[in-house]
Design a binder for this molecule. Sequence first.
Ligand SMILES: Nc1ncnc2c1ncn2[C@@H]1O[C@H](COP(=O)(O)OP(=O)(O)OP(=O)(O)O)[C@@H](O)[C@H]1O
Ligand SMILES: [Mg+2]
Length: 281
Amino acid sequence: MDAGRSRGRTIGPPELPSVVVMTQIPPNSLPSTPPPAASARGLTRTYGSGPTAVHALREVDLDLPRGRFTAVMGRSGSGKSTLMHCLAGLDRPTDGTVTIAGTTITGLGDDDLTRFRRDHLGFVFQAFNLLPMLTARQNVLLPLELAGRRIDRAIIARLDHVVEVLDLADRLGHRPGELSGGQQQRVAIARALVCEPDLVFADEPTGNLDSETAAEVLGLLHRGVHELGQTVVMVTHELEAASYADDVVVLADGRVREHLASPETEVVAAALIAPVLEVTR
Ligand SMILES: Nc1ncnc2c1ncn2[C@@H]1O[C@H](COP(=O)(O)OP(=O)(O)OP(=O)(O)O)[C@@H](O)[C@H]1O
Ligand SMILES: [Mg+2]
């Protein structure tokens, strides 16, 4: 930095005695706005090309605040899963950037991206993505083993807690093919939560669950945010599930239609049924 700039800005023609305006702010008086847990800029995902191209995401700008539970809603095909996959580095966008905890993950190579995901993110897939040859317990512990983490007492305690809340204790020795859809979904949730990632993406995590189990899962996600400081982003079609979230993002036709902070249920419902007014490209 040049010495003049570090002292301040000089006003007035050079021949006059200069007036120096101090522009440096003492570091401890700066407002401390934490960076968002995840942000997207110009995020675009197009499948195919030409007249048959599908524009799943169209230049989405989004900041997801840290330590909040955000629900992502919108009609089937509006781009929710595509957004989650791009934000979590599971799919490469056609254009735009994704930044997570200060790292622009869209600029990372495959190995660095895999490592980053392993260390920071948990993902509950809409289609579960459990490995069929592993038991439920092995599936749950797989991300930790891939990360080379020792399965110590703290992890076992966390595993026991998650398994108890999700009512999976007597199913841990079974393979996915021997489990019901709802049980597989709970194993997928346990896998995403057991290593307490900073950021959890859950794509319709309660889609296959009865209302009582769904409430347990939502309570678990909610506690992760408010007791452990995690950030959770959850796709749901259900207003009841969204009511556990702090904020709601509504997608329509690959764009963010609304980003509502602590909305009333009626406001979310109105945003969901509003017609798409924008002319699509
Ligand atoms: N691999 C793919 N190839 C082509 N088109 C795709 C692909 N994946 C998604 N799409 C299209 O992109 C659009 C957005 O899909 P996406 O799965 O993100 O929707 P969604 O909002 O999650 O829907 P749902 O609520 O049904 O899960 C849809 O029109 C879909 O058909
Ligand atoms: Mg989806």
